[in-house]
Design a binder for this molecule. Structure first.
Ligand SMILES: [Fe+2]
Ligand SMILES: [Fe+2]
Length: 140
């Protein structure tokens, strides 16, 4: 199934190349997650992809936070709090997969979780990341 809305588009561009490169890569990984779910692949493969995505996400947040600290970004605290929230939110995926792996609604529940998380993440890109990018453009 092609996931409507899980598509990189120009509206996500912040103008800071390294951030955009990461964001685009992470959206591709989310698409892969949906792909393995839809193909009915083994739980171990789905979990492996979720773990890889989680570490990608952690490195991306670290990079943004390093840039914020380097240039004394005034909204560091609220931005990094939202990163923690998004990380914690995503980390509920593995326990969800474990608890639902034998359930008939496994694919639906997992898809819904990832889609809800994805919407929260895109909203972060469109608000806090874009604000950060505008700030960085004055410094880089
Ligand atoms: Fe970001
Ligand atoms: Fe961010």
């Amino acid at each position: 199934m092609v996931e409507k809305g899980i598509q990189w588009n120009e509206a996500f561009i912040t103008g800071i190349e390294v951030m955009d490169y990461h964001h685009e890569g992470m959206l591709e990984k989310i698409k892969e997650l949906f792909d393995v779910l839809d193909k009915g692949q083994e739980i171990a493969s789905i979990k492996a992809l979720a773990v890889i995505f989680g570490s990608f996400l952690a490195s991306h947040f670290t990079l943004e936070e390093m840039l914020q600290q380097k240039f004394a970004y005034p909204d560091f605290s609220s931005h990094s709090n939202q990163h923690r929230w998004l990380s914690d939110y995503f980390s509920d995926l593995i326990p969800l997969i474990d608890s639902k792996s034998t359930s008939p609604d496994f694919v639906t529940v997992t898809r819904n979780f990832i889609m809800d998380w994805y919407h929260a993440y895109v909203s972060h890109i469109n608000s806090q990341d874009k604000q950060l990018a505008e700030f960085l453009k004055t410094k880089l």
